[in-house]
Design a protein around this ligand. Sequence first.
Ligand SMILES: *[C@@H]1O[C@H](CO)[C@@H](O)[C@H](O)[C@H]1NC(C)=O
Length: 465
Amino acid sequence: MAKPVIKPLVVLLFSLTLLCLLVSECSAIRRHKRRMGQRAQLSLEECGDLEKLEAIEPDYYRIEAEGGVTESWNHTNKMLRCAGVTLIRRTIKPGGLVLPSYTNAPQLMYYVKGSGIQGMTIFPSCPESFEEPEERGQGYREQHQKVHEIRGGDIIAIPAGIGYWFYNDGDIPIVVVILLHTNNVANQLGTLPRRFYIAGNTEDEHGLGGREESISGRNVFSGISVNLLAEVFGVSVETARKMQGAEDKRKNIVMVEGGLDVIRPEPGSRANVNGLEETICTLRVREAVGSAARADIYVPHAGRIATLNSIKLPILADLQLSAERGVLYKYGVYVPHWNLNAHSVMYVTGGSGRVEVADNNGKSVFDDVMKEGQVVVIPQNFVAVMHAQEEGFEWIAFKTGENAMINALMGESSAIRVLPLDVVANMYQVSREDAARIKEARDQAILFTLPPFDEETPQGIMAEA
Ligand SMILES: *[C@@H]1O[C@H](CO)[C@@H](O)[C@H](O)[C@H]1NC(C)=O
């Protein structure tokens, strides 16, 4: 009986032990975190007067690059500042390569669609993990850090300051939405999101929208003198200039001619999760949270919910982030619920649905039909309910805690179900029969189906009897 509990625990302890052994600063970081009370509290005052939430789109800044488009949300938005996050979205053409960059905040990336490969400059002290058996001439043997295959439905976790690149090797554009948690203990650079590119003539997607024409050579090398760069790398001044990227017209995403030639993971290696893959140098950073097989809650005809936390993906313990993938089918409902210990940053990946949110004063702070591409922040403890329209409704919710949990207000194991009948009868001033009806409502999981009804004269459940 105890097996299903013990196995993940053993895996978790094993990987944490390795992590602590191999990264000497680990325990110091943990002590520091405990001192900091788990999370920096830079923007809490922004949450104080959140009168209204709004569905927001990535209309802050748009960069058209050779290989695709980058769009950003306005990071000065009150709702985003309350949660201490900002987001960008990238759309990458087939054959497009997103130049390597790192940020001052941990990131969670959700691949909405497309397929490709992603590589990280993970943990600088790790040896390169892929090596070609043959030399490429002139005594050079190619070595590089492991690459991951990625596809729609995958989440990738990136620690602060770790660089990554990705490449579209499929036939359709990749769409990826990326959350930056700037209000994180790992960020000591202030609340502004900052991205450091290590190549290209890149633009800052969080820079002031509509500012002056692109400034040349914004990658980190352009801030170092070209002669020193040439000497340090032992290359010509001309090559050093190319590293600085001032003449490069391609911007943040470039096209690769004739396909990218890198050493790939073995076919089928996607299946090889848990187990031995989890050492620090190849720490698992990917989870197929969007796959139907990963759902924690599945209700036929209504929908499914998959949660991703630090138990399933241990690196999230250090990032202090988790996620929820929700899919509601036609007219599906996600019952009223609240997040116990995190804010929820919800990005709509498809369909449309009505979302209502209530605050602690019982005031409606949000009541809107949301559609693909929109973001809303549901603050900690605020009560939310979602109702899909005819075409269904799906989202990825990034949560600002390593093990975000929800408490439902109806359905099995809900907050009201566990109250004594007479408490319910007295608190709502209803008969014991009605109290029983409220307590046992829907008698099922947190998802069900509710066809459209007349808002003005709702029939309620009595009419069915
Ligand atoms: C970003 O939002 C702020 C309000 O927080 C607003 O004043 C500003 O105009 C917005 N900027 C853009 C480019 O939309």
